[in-house]
Design a protein around this ligand. Structure first.
Ligand code: ZN
Length: 267
């Protein structure tokens, strides 16, 4: 089996996780910029984090033979302070030309607040001006439906944004259809309890086709399972999926989306 882990917060994981992923067939890992488990107190804190994502973590992954790519932004959980967000966004161009940067993400909404929406619009404008791919986080539980709809409205309002270059992550049964119908890619996040379990993800794949969908574990410092993509592959096989069909979802689909960035390469 081979697979891509397109959304994992490896800075929060130990080296045993790298070993487990590589020995399970992981061919590349991509890390969106996210919350640190605490709010950063300064722009310099983000500067250091962007250095970690573009310098130190790729080196750590390389020790296990795993190519590591990243996405940059100020994440939705820290975008309530709009003036601070503007200052953070101002340093992102310094990092955009680094060889493993794939685009802008994970941007989006957390509590669907007015300030979060404003910062989301800035990020979308920023990505359009710099011709970057976009990875979008959608809110949790009761805020998800409204947040996904608001996000789609922001993206569709900007005529420079091409839906095939945007992935909306953390979709569930009630949001996957609106994302795919609007021409965007959709990501399913495989958490042990919240978001999608492997069984629910396979139900969604059975119901909505396998064209513009990918799977990820989004493993971070919360309760999460770095091997949930290959575990979901097992669930597909158990339900009679062919090896080729599994490969299409867990390897070929992410490669197809990510290869829109000239920086993304797998052997
Ligand atoms: Zn994430």
């Amino acid at each position: 089996m081979r697979y891509i882990e397109p959304h994992a917060h490896m800075v929060s994981r130990v080296t045993d996780d790298y070993v487990a992923m590589v020995t399970s067939g992981c061919a590349a890992v991509c890390e969106p910029a996210f919350w640190a488990g605490f709010d950063r107190s300064s722009v310099q804190g983000f500067h250091d984090y962007f250095c970690q994502l573009t310098e130190y973590e790729p080196k750590r992954a390389a020790r296990f033979g795993l190519p590591h790519f990243c996405w940059l932004c100020l994440n939705p959980k820290e975008s309530e302070d709009a003036a601070f967000a503007k200052d953070v966004l101002a340093i992102v161009p310094q990092f955009l030309d680094r060889p493993t940067v794939l685009g802008i993400g994970e941007i989006g909404l957390n509590k669907n607040s007015r300030n979060e929406l404003k910062v989301l619009e800035w990020h979308v404008d920023f990505a359009a001006r710099h011709d970057q791919l976009i990875l979008v986080h959608t809110p949790h539980l009761e805020d998800k439906f409204k947040g996904t709809r608001l996000t789609l409205d922001v993206l569709r309002a900007d005529s420079r944004i091409r839906p095939e270059r945007v992935i909306i992550d953390h979709v569930e049964e009630h949001t996957v259809k609106m994302v795919l119908d609007a021409g965007f890619w959709a990501g399913m996040t495989l958490y042990p309890e919240t978001k999608c379990t492997p069984a629910r993800a396979v139900d969604i794949l059975d119901g909505y086709g396998q064209e513009r969908l990918w799977l990820n574990s989004a493993c971070d410092w919360g309760v999460s399972i770095p091997l949930n993509v290959p575990r979901t592959a097992l669930e597909m096989r158990r339900r009679g999926w062919s090896a080729e069909a599994v490969d299409r979802v867990i390897y070929q689909n992410p490669v197809r989306f990510l290869s829109q960035s000239p920086r993304f390469r797998v052997e």
